[in-house]
Design a protein around this ligand. Structure first.
Ligand code: ATP
Ligand code: MG
Length: 210
């Protein structure tokens, strides 16, 4: 049984699909058998992206498939080293199934209180349903400055949850990379690639030892 990392969020547009693709790419580059499960059947963001990536022949190839529900995606974990699940916009009944099965539940969030409050509420709800707190981590995304990052981190910690070390800045280059079948570790800027790679590798390690 491979490790499972579920990327979920209460708010839409916080970077779930961007982080899921980038994470799957890092795992593939590390020669893990990885599957990226796209559970967002309405948007199919990862599926569209995989088509672009394949057409351009970008290495490493990332295996992406769409599944109708959490149970169908989770069944795949038995046949891979790592299953990355890109959750649908907003949480649903399936989010709890995903969270219960996952070794790690990653919730990307912007740094504002407007973004963080619903993220914390979502984690509290999952915890209440029996998901161990140690499996719930917030990934700060679209951060504008170091000061903003520290304030956001303090907010999360005060609420009793973990924010991963580091944060992803808001950068046009990340969007441009994703537009072109690439990931947040494959931009034209080495420092941005490195920042993303360090965070994503720490997630893979965390899931492997969970
Ligand atoms: N760090 C970043 N810097 C710049 N743009 C970003 C960053 N992270 C994500 N984006 C952009 O923000 C938009 C939303 O990201 P994404 O689609 O990954 O979010 P999502 O949580 O999957 O959305 P949805 O809830 O609709 O599924 C995309 O256009 C993406 O390219
Ligand atoms: Mg998405």
């Amino acid at each position: 049984m491979g490790a499972i990392i579920a990327i979920v969020s209460q708010k839409g547009g916080v970077g779930k699909s961007s982080i899921a693709r980038s994470l799957a790419r890092e795992a593939a580059a590390a020669r893990l058998a990885v599957k990226l499960a796209d559970l967002d059947t309405q948007q199919g963001t990862c599926l569209d992206w995989a088509r672009d990536r394949n057409a351009l022949g970008i290495d490493p190839a990332v295996s992406v498939e769409s599944y109708r529900n959490a149970a169908a995606a989770l069944a795949v974990a038995a046949s891979v080293d790592l299953l990355v699940v890109d959750g649908p916009a907003r949480t649903s009944a399936g989010t709890l199934d995903l969270a219960r099965a996952a070794d790690l539940v990653v919730q990307p969030s912007g740094p504002s209180a407007d973004d963080l409050r619903p993220a914390i509420r979502e984690f509290r709800a999952l915890e209440k349903e029996g998901v161990p707190k140690g499996r719930l981590v917030i990934l700060l995304n679209c951060v504008g400055s170091d000061a903003e990052e520290s304030a956001a981190r303090a907010f999360v910690e005060e609420a009793g949850f973990e924010a991963l070390p580091g944060a992803l800045p808001e950068r046009v280059a990340y969007r441009m990379a994703l537009n072109a079948g690439r990931t947040m570790t494959e931009t034209t800027y080495k420092d941005l690639n490195k920042k993303a790679a360090i965070m994503l590798q720490s997630l893979i390690q965390k899931a492997a030892i969970a």
